[in-house]
Write a protein that binds this ligand. Sequence first.
Ligand code: 5GP
Ligand code: ZN
Length: 135
Amino acid sequence: MNDCLFCKIVAKEISSEGVYEDEDTYAFLDINPLHPGHTLVVPKVHSKNILEISEESYKDVAKTARLVAKAVKEALNADGVNVHMNNEAASGQVVFHTHVHIIPRYKNDGFVNWQKTNPTKEEISKAGEKIKKLL
Ligand code: 5GP
Ligand code: ZN
């Protein structure tokens, strides 16, 4: 945990451009944004990602993400906003401290959120059945 980049940012051992802070969360500008205003929301208590974070800590993050998303959209006159998480390396997670990306988006900004893989209806239903069994 001591080697965690975002724990160091939360502790202000590494500088960042904070935009919001409360008792449980910190929001700061991404150093390599999709667009200016791309913000990261993190819990102050370390957890790896959504698969590990406590329900309480995730609620704290979700609360701040909602606040920040509205501010980012309005402040930057954006047309929309992505609220996004990468969880585990296979999904694109690089920093292993839970974080939510808040990304301002603009009409025709040219980015696609993900490519479609066109699975069959059967494949889609089968995946749904497997998930339902665990919920
Ligand atoms: P991930 O791919 O893990 O979901 O996203 C990690 C994000 O953290 C990336 O968008 C990256 O640009 C951002 N990032 C990495 N290192 C730093 C840093 O030192 N400071 C800030 N502000 N952002 C960082
Ligand atoms: Zn951490």
